[in-house]
Design a protein around this ligand. Sequence first.
Ligand code: SAM
Ligand code: SF4
Length: 347
Amino acid sequence: MVNSGLCILSDKVKHDSSQPNLVDAFGRKIDYIRLSITDRCDFRCVYCMGENMTFLPRDEVLSLEECARLVKVFVSFGVSKVRITGGEPLVRKNAIQLFEEIGQLQGLRELVITTNGSQLEHHAFALKQAGVRRINISLDSLDAARFRQITRVADLDKVLRGIAAAKQTGFENIKLNALLMRGINDDEALHLAAFAIENGFDISFIEEMPLGAVSHSRQSSYVSNEETLKLLRARYDLVSSNETTGGPARYWRIPNSKTKIGFISPNSHNFCEACNRVRISCKGELFLCLGQENKVDLRPILRAYPHDDKPLKQAIIRGLQTKPKGHDFDLKRAAPAVIRFMSHTGG
Ligand code: SAM
Ligand code: SF4
């Protein structure tokens, strides 16, 4: 047992077949959760955060024990994939110990992380040891000045060292996430794809979503994945693939290369019909849809019933019935589709 005091998962947890799976009112089975373990981040990406952020007071954020308990409950419902995200998950103190705890769950097929890469130099090996086999690293530019402009504060070299450490650690799969913005890095698609191919990584291009109020116009900065795909097809013989994670990504293969290119297109393609996931914020809010406000506040229940999971399970099942049919993104609207930033909900 690790010395963080986490001990909730010492008994092996697997899907309890006497419990129903999580199925929403539209018949969609939920077997994937994304859990944000902090709203804090060492970057301030212009599309994700304001320049001056106020972060949550400590007692409003779930403890790592509460995070572990929630994951355990979801796995008992048949959830088989958990993504730990944020904010930047690796800036949370003792985050690795949470991975170690969750990594022991028998019912879990996949434990994955989305990170900005800044801490990977120190933590890549420990993540792998904890059972993380696939890792997503966000990388929007290979140009140091632009990288600084997008993240407002970050050092590209440090992230590249983190990516190199992850590569050396030997994860089964490393995927880069790149978000292109008009006039800032929209000419980097080919360069980023070539970097992924050279290193044997996958890469996904993400369309910017109207989450949270930012200082630029989302409509003006928007670069459609259709445009990026066209650019890449002019350079590579892309072969369409029907691989799916049940999410918004559509994939293409490059012949004679390990690399898969994905396009996450929430604005130009509706992906909601096959949605298999819910998100939990670092405050314990269960968000049923990234692009809608429906939520269930699980933190008061977690805290009111520290030794009884039944009320928590009932709240989750009830909440799932309010999962909306789909998101409501419309870049032409001046206001953001949802007020909260991606760093709050968990990307
Ligand atoms: N800090 C980690 C990182 O950057 O990978 C994890 C959290 S971050 C919120 C997860 C992903 O969300 C990143 O790949 C980021 O590019 C993406 N993201 C943030 N704001 C977004 C937005 N408004 N639209 C689309 N993607 C966004
Ligand atoms: Fe931080 Fe990730 Fe948001 Fe960038 S995208 S500010 S790295 S949480």
